[in-house]
Structure formats: structure tokens, C-alpha cells
Write a protein that binds this ligand. Structure first.
Ligand code: OAD
Length: 233
């Protein structure tokens, strides 16, 4: 790997957690755990049927206790510990497998299952249990807690920090994401624009495959440790 690489941005998607046993979003049937994305991942769905939306994320949150980080999460955490330059892992995933593997330079741009968001005061609260609609915010006392998930039409978290890192990146790596959801799908173009080398790791070429300098096809649990080995060699 090029010794001039100092700043690395890594974007991860559902594919990195697939081998831990978590379903990807766009299964062959186009459904997410049996639901249309519009029924569980939009502000309209939350207004129309809060019980369904809360229950859906309660089930996803409970599932976290049954899964573990895999070799790909472990390898990125090892890179995070060892990389002397700037590094940012940006995940679209709402699971907590990156941090359970030990990654710290991490942004959850689409929110987190183990967090609740107060629709009244905007506070984010660590949350482990079920979250029925009307749960009370410990900060402002309003019955306004909702899943801390960025729904379609809402602004992803920390976009300023992400854009800054992309503009400085020497290497941009995308792992296990279909490239179907913006703004994350456009990160590769931003990074290229500012001069980064771009590598895609995926089982199959993603929608944005043409934007990558290099595409490596295979399971994340093999491809990510191999890339990390190259970077730390
Ligand atoms: P998708 O389900 O759209 O795509 C998963 C990708 O992972 C596909 O490109 C698969 O080929 C790849 N994949 C599957 N198994 C893999 C493996 N073992 N190793 C490597 N790659 C593998 O998931 P995302 O791209 O993450 O948004 O979806 C993006 C966003 O759409 C999600 O964050 C979510 C969803 O709606 C929100 O929740 C706001």
C-alpha cells in the first residue's frame, strides 16, 4: 500500500455485520426483516403507526444481545488502535458491533439502536430495554422518546465532520454497502474529487462500483483483515 497514505475514511454498511448474523437491509425480497423500509424507516410511518415502528426497533435492539462482532469488525478496531494518522470509521449501521470490537474513531451516521432520541428536546439517551411509544425523556420529562434512528428524509448525523474527513482523505474504503442510499452513496465521489484512492470491498459490485479505483469481491470477514494487514505492513 502507498506509504503516503495518512488519512483514512472507512464507510461501512449492513454487509459488514451480515456474517455476525444480522440481516442486510435490501434482501433478495427487497424487505428489511419482512418489512418495507417505508413502513418502519420514515417519519410518516412513525406518525401513522408508532407501535409498529417502536416494536420493530425493539426487536432489532434485543437481537444485538445474540450477535458478536466478526473478523471484519475486529480488524477495523485493530486498525483504529494501530493507525498513527487520522482515521474515521463512518458506519450506516445502527448495530453496536464496531464499538464492541473496540473501535473508537467511529460515527454512527444513521443513529444507534442502543440510543433513544427525545422528539421534544433533542437529547439522545443511552437505551438498552424496550422503548414503548410515550416513554418519558429523563432530560425534559416529556413523553417523547423515539428510536434514535435517522429515518429517510432526516439529516444524517455529523455530516460536517464526515465531509471534512473526506476532503482530507488519502484513502477511502467502502465495506458492505449497496451504495443505494445518499448521502453515504456519494462519499466515494467526494473523496475522489479531493484526490483519495478509493477501494470497495463487497460480495458483489455495488451501485457505485464505477467510482472506485479498485473493487475487491468477497466476504468482509476475509477482505477487511487482508486490507488492514496491508495497511499496517
Ligand atoms: P444494503 O442491505 O443495502 O446492502 C448491503 C450490502 O452488503 C450489499 O451490497 C451486499 O452485497 C453486501 N454484503 C452482504 N453480505 C456481505 C458480506 N458478508 N461481506 C461483504 N459484503 C456483503 O445495506 P446498506 O448499504 O448498509 O438506512 O444500506 C444503507 C442504508 O439503507 C441503511 O443504513 C439503512 C437502509 O435503509 C437507515 O436505516 C437510515
Amino acid at each position: 500500500m502507498n506509504p503516503d497514505i495518512r488519512t483514512i475514511v472507512i464507510l461501512t454498511g449492513a454487509g459488514i455485520s451480515a456474517e455476525s448474523g444480522l440481516a442486510t437491509f435490501r434482501g433478495p425480497d427487497g424487505l428489511w426483516e419482512g418489512h418495507r423500509v417505508e413502513d418502519v424507516c420514515t417519519p410518516q410511518a412513525l406518525r401513522r403507526d408508532p407501535a409498529l415502528v417502536h416494536r420493530f426497533y425493539d426487536e432489532r435492539r434485543a437481537r444485538l444481545a445474540q450477535v458478536r462482532p466478526n473478523a471484519a469488525h475486529e480488524a477495523l478496531a485493530a486498525l483504529d488502535r494501530a493507525w498513527p494518522g487520522e482515521l474515521l470509521i463512518v458506519t450506516q449501521n445502527v448495530d453496536d458491533l464496531h464499538e464492541r470490537a473496540g473501535a473508537t474513531r467511529l460515527i454512527h451516521m444513521h443513529g444507534e439502536l442502543r440510543s433513544a432520541l427525545c422528539a421534544a428536546c433533542g437529547a439522545a439517551v443511552a437505551w438498552e430495554a424496550g422503548l414503548p411509544p410515550g416513554s418519558i425523556c429523563p432530560g425534559c420529562g416529556q413523553p417523547a422518546l423515539r428510536p434514535d434512528i435517522v429515518f429517510f428524509g432526516e439529516m444524517p448525523y455529523d455530516m460536517d465532520r464526515i465531509e471534512d474527513a473526506l476532503a482530507r482523505a488519502d484513502l477511502f474504503v467502502s465495506v458492505g454497502t449497496s451504495g443505494a442510499v445518499y448521502p453515504a452513496a456519494g462519499f466515494v465521489q467526494t473523496a475522489r474529487h479531493y484526490g483519495a484512492r478509493t477501494i470497495e470491498l463487497n460480495l458483489d459490485p455495488s451501485a457505485g462500483s464505477i467510482w472506485f479505483d479498485e473493487s475487491r469481491m468477497g466476504p468482509a470477514s476475509l477482505l477487511v483483515p487482508a486490507l488492514v494487514h496491508e495497511l499496517l505492513a
